[in-house]
Design a protein around this ligand. Sequence first.
Ligand SMILES: NC(=O)c1ccc[n+]([C@@H]2O[C@H](COP(=O)([O-])OP(=O)(O)OC[C@H]3O[C@@H](n4cnc5c(N)ncnc54)[C@H](O)[C@@H]3O)[C@@H](O)[C@H]2O)c1
Length: 442
Amino acid sequence: MTTPPSPTVAPATGRLGVLTVGLGAVASTLIAGVELSKRGLGSPIGSLTQMGTIRLGKRTEDRSPLIKDFVPLATLDDIVWGAWDVFPDDAYVSASRAGVLESGKHIESISDALREVRPMQAAFERKYARNLDGEHVKPTTSKRAMLNAIREDINRFKEEKQCDRLVMIWCASTEIFIEPGRAHMDLESFEKAIDANDETISPAQLYAYAALLEGVPFANGAPNLAVDAPVLRQLATDRNIAISGKDFKTGQTLMKTVLAPMLKARMLGLSGWYSTNILGNRDGEVLDAPENFKTKEESKLGVLEDILQPSKYPELYGNVFHKVSINYYPPRGDAKEGWDNIDITGWLGYPMQIKVNFLCRDSILAAPLALDLILFSDLAARAGMGGIQEWLSFYYKSPQVAPGLYPEHDLFIQLTKLKNTLRWMMGEDVITHLGREYYEEM
Ligand SMILES: NC(=O)c1ccc[n+]([C@@H]2O[C@H](COP(=O)([O-])OP(=O)(O)OC[C@H]3O[C@@H](n4cnc5c(N)ncnc54)[C@H](O)[C@@H]3O)[C@@H](O)[C@H]2O)c1
């Protein structure tokens, strides 16, 4: 197989407008973290674009620049924030309310910058997130009118803030479960469904459609249907606009996509994986509604099967009991706790167990992923790379892949894919890890 020629990457000159749909815990933590980092008041830990290096050439060459010095990424100083939310709170109020960051240390020092980020009215309908009830919404639930209003917002924001490029990222609540149906197959049906106010067209799809119509790359931090419907996938491909997967891979699923490949690499069997979480933020409250949890459940359950390939290894993985639950428990706020009980089998079928207890902070884990997705989606746009960006699978519980392909969930294969894509983009050799050359010269 020959490697296609590397693209030409346009420089990251000018201002990058970042439109977050939702200005809740994740979005306000992202914005605050970037503003703090810009001022040297915080460290962007967890962000590959800000802290990661990339090895180039042979191991003996000692070339490992920072990723941000190797590929032309927008700098944090170039970012201009915009948002929509169901509540009118600016990023200062939202960050204070979310309770993720310490006010004295991480909010007050950047209060002016946070207060400047005031959300636009949301395109919202309660039937898609029953546990939310905000007033800061567009005065219409006509899908066509909402779509047009989002498009106007995008253009007004771009002009007012004098942005050269935009990226949109969904950091809003998880919508109810919707499977792609007739309305999502092609543009004609989709357009008709919008005019008919078809229930299977949710606000997330309208934001995503508006983004694509305005030529804006779209990333989805939640598991609900958006650009992963056939119609929008095709539109993104036809218009050469970058789209990627859905649902930030932050906590329990991140662990799963590290541990499950290890079991498979060692050919250890698995009989059950019981995962439960307690979570007390607004996300937990929205996910307390069964229709919204179902969307999350589908996204969380998919990974094991794709990694373990039970049809190839029926004896090891043919009968796995996999259970995931999330319990809304307000005292914990954003400090999520996840428990995993993993029942495995070894030599001659002897049972063993692994227990994982991850005491994490949801938005602290999600914010750096959101930043990387923004900067890499913008990079893809400047490299003329449109349609599905499989190399960004690294960030998602549900990576988006070409129809007929199974997604790659193994975190380290995803990282290799991402770094090789960067090498390829910049005309460097991709790294196969074969390593024969080191021994041929001996
Ligand atoms: N934090 C993590 O580790 C993590 C991981 C994976 C996915 N996610 C997802 O990221 C999303 C954001 O999480 P969060 O903790 O910030 O939640 P949050 O509830 O604090 O914030 C979501 C915000 O979206 C707003 N919103 C809802 N519908 C909207 C609409 N149609 N238009 C505009 N705004 C809308 C809500 O009012 C709320 O302020 C959730 O869907 C969550 O499931 C988070």
